[in-house]
Design a protein around this ligand. Structure first.
Ligand SMILES: C[S@@+](CC[C@H](N)C(=O)[O-])C[C@H]1O[C@@H](n2cnc3c(N)ncnc32)[C@H](O)[C@@H]1O
Length: 237
């Protein structure tokens, strides 16, 4: 009799809204990927954004290659007046971003969109020319083919509003030289994994920026030998 009662209670519980919500939360947690580097660098990058953006202006922000979604939710909490559009090429990352978005219930983060940055900006579905005030790209350029870097600057030159800001973050080379040794080793390991990967030279990025109406205005030292590069859009290209 007790066993029958327990079984009936268990079945009732399975069908209850409470269980459905518990199950949904477990499924969501399962999809929420975690990158240790993103946990470490999200606050230092946010500090750079805080010091360059007016926190109460309603702005439109696009993140290119959002990865897990950890950055976009962190930035969205700090800047509720910015409407954020995360994007990714990888389906697992898109699921993770969506899971973070649902978990944090943030009204100012749009559903993640598929975006292959190596493609021409006309294929960046739904993004209009001069529609974004801010574009963020973290730790992508060195770990993707050069076509992603050139695509990034071509696309950002179109999508950013005049006076808009592009922030990129990562390790970089300067005039053909990489420092310190840990970044040299990292560059070798990337090129060993894929000959098309490797640290990008800031002089190349400056040139790509100029070709697309983006002026490199500031290089900010970041922890662990990384930098933030801040480009402003000068004019309509
Ligand atoms: C090292 S992860 C960085 C992810 C995230 N920004 C972060 O810092 O945690 C590099 C990211 O670049 C993305 N990526 C690679 N090729 C891409 C492409 N063609 N278009 C858009 N994203 C790309 C990968 O899917 C991956 O999420």
């Amino acid at each position: 009799m007790h066993l029958f009662w327990a079984f009936a209670q268990f079945r009732k519980c399975l069908g209850s809204p409470c269980f459905a919500s518990f199950e949904g939360s477990c499924r969501r947690r399962w999809k929420m990927l975690n990158a240790a580097a993103a946990d470490r660098n999200k606050e230092p990058i946010l500090d750079v954004l805080r010091s360059r953006l007016a926190s109460d202006r309603p702005l439109v922000g696009l993140e290119i290659s959002s990865g897990t979604g950890q950055h976009v939710v962190h930035f969205a909490k700090a800047f509720p007046s910015i409407t954020w559009q995360p994007s990714e090429i990888e389906s697992q990352s898109i699921s993770s971003i969506e899971a973070y978005r649902e978990h944090h219930k943030l009204q100012n983060v749009k559903p993640p969109m598929y975006l292959d940055v190596s493609q021409s900006w006309e294929n960046w579905t739904g993004l209009q020319p001069e529609s974004c005030d801010l574009i963020v790209n973290i730790n992508m350029m060195h770990i993707s083919p050069l076509a992603c870097t050139t695509g990034l600057f071509n696309g950002v030159g179109k999508i950013l509003k005049p006076q808009g800001l592009l922030l990129t973050y990562g390790p970089y080379a300067f005039n053909g030289s990489i420092t310190p040794q840990s970044n040299v080793d990292f560059d070798h390991s990337l090129r060993y994994r894929n000959p098309e990967w490797g640290l990008r030279d800031v002089s190349l990025l400056k040139t790509l920026g100029q070709e697309n109406g983006l002026r490199l205005e500031e290089i900010v030292d970041m922890p662990a030998n990384n930098k933030c590069l801040l480009f402003h859009k000068d004019s309509v290209v």
